[in-house]
Design a protein around this ligand. Structure first.
Ligand code: SF4
Length: 340
């Protein structure tokens, strides 16, 4: 359904500027933004997919991935259509790149309104709602209303995001957002411009701001695409920057597999993943993980002080090896994260 947008600036002659993400689309009446799900209708900006979750699943929180956030918790995970990025390697492109909304996202769909989502969590004792599958910023109003209601019931909220939200959007959602996994897709402006039609700098700004100046728990994911973002120099620069922001910020290095428009490249070779892992550790990051492959050693969590294994993961099978979550049983070091 349509919902009037919360973050908008009026321009002249019925035009409006969406303030939700760093594209700041200026839209004349009848025009839609780059994300495809926000449209100027007769001088008013609307979100077109409010309540229209097209994917609703209960996932383990580890699948987001969030490894330092309520281990083994279930997360009611929702997504809509649309995205403000157009990455040719998107692994969820059927949802993110859908633009045929009048046909697919209009009236007649079964709605999942915020109240119903929160009621379902209360009924089934689900402690987290994840806004995921496609970029949550593009369905901001839906996430905001749901997150606010969720907090009233003691339910936590997490985003899985490309990190391209505006400062205004971040400020507005911040009191209700408990955790986020941000895709840091590469570490060059060229990559962001050519592959995503976006910019790197706002993503860095948002990661640093959230990690340093808010209570939002931040983890970062990088999909390692052969030949595109996997040079040693680029990965070193990325890892050093993350370690400077916060060495406790977990970094997930994820294996690429050919998808959507990028079918001409091989999957990420195992040695490249391991090399990136070593680069992250050498840069001073305390928690580096490899993803999309079975690797218990590099998918488990260790005490940064004494090296004791604290959480063991085999795919989504998770075993906590501590009796006091967040504290190393061997040396008593506190582990950064949200543990309850
Ligand atoms: S959320 Fe959509 S409409 Fe708004 S600025 Fe971003 S791409 Fe444009």
């Amino acid at each position: 359904m349509h919902k009037e947008a919360y973050l908008v600036k009026e321009l002249s002659a019925g035009a409006v500027q969406c303030q939700a993400c760093e594209h700041f689309c200026a839209l004349k009446p009848g025009e839609s933004g780059k994300c495809g799900v926000r449209r100027n209708i007769d001088g008013t900006l609307y979100l077109l997919v409010y309540g229209d979750a097209v994917a609703v699943h209960v996932d383990p929180i580890e699948k987001k991935p969030l490894f330092h956030f309520m281990p083994r918790a279930e997360a009611l995970s929702i997504g809509t259509y649309g995205c403000n990025f157009h990455c040719p390697f998107c692994q969820n492109w059927q949802m993110s790149q859908m633009r045929d909304l009048d046909e697919r996202g209009g009236s007649g769909r079964r709605r999942h309104m915020p109240e119903a989502l929160v009621d379902a969590c209360v009924r089934d004792n689900i402690p987290v709602i994840a806004y995921t599958y496609n970029e949550p910023t593009v369905f901001f109003e839906y996430t905001y209303d749901t997150a606010k209601l969720a907090h009233q019931q003691g339910i936590k909220n997490v985003y899985v995001s490309n990190g391209y939200m505006s400062q205004a959007a971040l400020d507005m959602i911040e009191p209700y957002l408990d955790g986020i996994n941000v895709d840091l897709k590469a570490f060059t402006e060229d990559f962001y411009r050519e592959q995503c039609q976006a910019r790197l700098e706002p993503v860095k700004r948002n990661i640093a701001h959230m990690a340093r100046e808010t209570d939002i728990w931040v983890e970062v994911t990088t999909l390692l695409v052969p030949g595109l973002n996997d040079s040693e120099a680029e990965l070193r620069a990325m890892a050093s920057w993350m370690a400077e922001v916060d060495p406790d910020m977990p970094w997930h290095i994820s294996a690429f597999h050919p998808d959507y428009e990028m079918l001409d490249r091989p999957p990420t070779p195992g040695p490249a993943l391991l090399g990136a892992y070593d680069i992250g550790k050498a840069a001073g990051l305390h928690h580096v993980y490899v993803g999309n492959v079975m690797d218990t050693d590099r998918g488990s969590t260790y005490c940064p002080q004494c090296g004791e294994r604290l959480i063991e993961r085999r795919w989504y099978s998770v075993r906590e090896l501590w009796s006091d979550p967040g504290a190393c049983p061997r040396c008593d070091e506190s582990l950064a994260g949200v543990w309850s």
